[in-house]
Design a protein around this ligand. Structure first.
Ligand SMILES: [Zn+2]
Length: 270
């Protein structure tokens, strides 16, 4: 599944090709992805100039004067800007044609992605209850400490809750908890302020590194230029159950926590 760094990498790749371009047409090859594609997409986009491409959590917002097209890549989606005459493949569900002669193409084999509409001046329901952006000044150890008091849920589930902070998926939760030395199963309410400071620092650091590296390599993920990311070789615990800890050499433990595969070092993480 594309995580926040992949989505930010996609945004960085798309923005220079989209910003300032006028939309000349929209082709929908099916009426829905995860949800029906609203009528505003075909009615309002043609003729509009793209004012900007933003990201909120794992959503991309293509800003136009009357509002924003809201996109999510779901489990397997990707967005590419291609020459306008590139033949559409089987899972190429949406084309947004540009006055540059190129086309923004949304491919999504599993159709867990979405294309929705957010009118200007409004916040879409999907974006209303999201926590702060992890790389913003609003996010830090103090925020994690305050939100976690009295919480019995595991610190890993707490960190992955989008109302706590957005964009920390399973890979980054595992990696940041390892970096901060925190046992992922520890109740969130029992982690000290000092340890949350370390955790927040790890979140910022690891996500920023992953964005610089172009996102984590995942089978389904393709960058806007068609090449895969290459962060996988830097993973310390994710996907490494039964292998030696890269810090202490002991065998990494694996378990399911909140129904998600979780790997940690019982010696380095307390
Ligand atoms: Zn270890």
């Amino acid at each position: 599944m594309p995580e926040l760094p992949e989505v930010e990498t996609t945004r960085l790749g798309l923005a220079p090709q989209l910003e300032g371009r006028r939309i000349t047409g929209v082709t929908l090859r099916r009426p829905d992805l995860r949800w029906p594609i609203p009528g505003e997409i075909t009615a309002l986009l043609p003729g509009q100039v793209i004012l900007g491409v933003r990201r909120r959590a794992k959503y991309l917002l293509v800003d136009l004067a009357p509002g924003s097209a809201l996109l999510h890549l779901g489990m397997s989606g990707n967005l590419r800007v291609l020459p306008g005459d590139t033949p559409a493949g089987r899972h190429d569900h949406v084309d947004i044609a540009l006055d540059s002669g190129r086309v923004l193409r949304f491919n999504d084999p599993r159709r867990f992605g979405c294309l929705l509409w957010q009118p200007a001046g409004e916040t879409h329901g999907l974006l209303r209850h999201l926590g702060p952006e992890p790389l913003s000044a609003d996010f830090g150890g103090g925020h994690l400490f305050r939100c976690s008091r009295g919480r019995q849920t595991s610190v890993k589930a707490f960190l992955m809750d989008q109302e706590t902070v957005v964009g920390v998926g399973n890979i980054y939760a595992a990696e940041t908890l390892f970096r901060a030395g925190i046992d992922p199963g520890r109740p969130a309410g029992q982690v000290s302020r000092a340890r949350y400071d370390r955790l927040a620092e790890a979140v910022k650091d690891i996500l920023a590194q992953a964005i610089l590296a172009g996102g984590t390599t995942l089978r389904d993920f393709i960058r806007p230029d068609g090449r895969p990311g290459y962060f996988e070789r830097e993973l310390f615990v994710y996907g490494r159950e039964g292998e030696p800890c890269l810090a202490c050499g002991r065998i990494l433990s694996g378990n399911r926590l909140g129904n998600r595969a979780t790997v940690w070092c019982g010696h380095c993480q307390k």
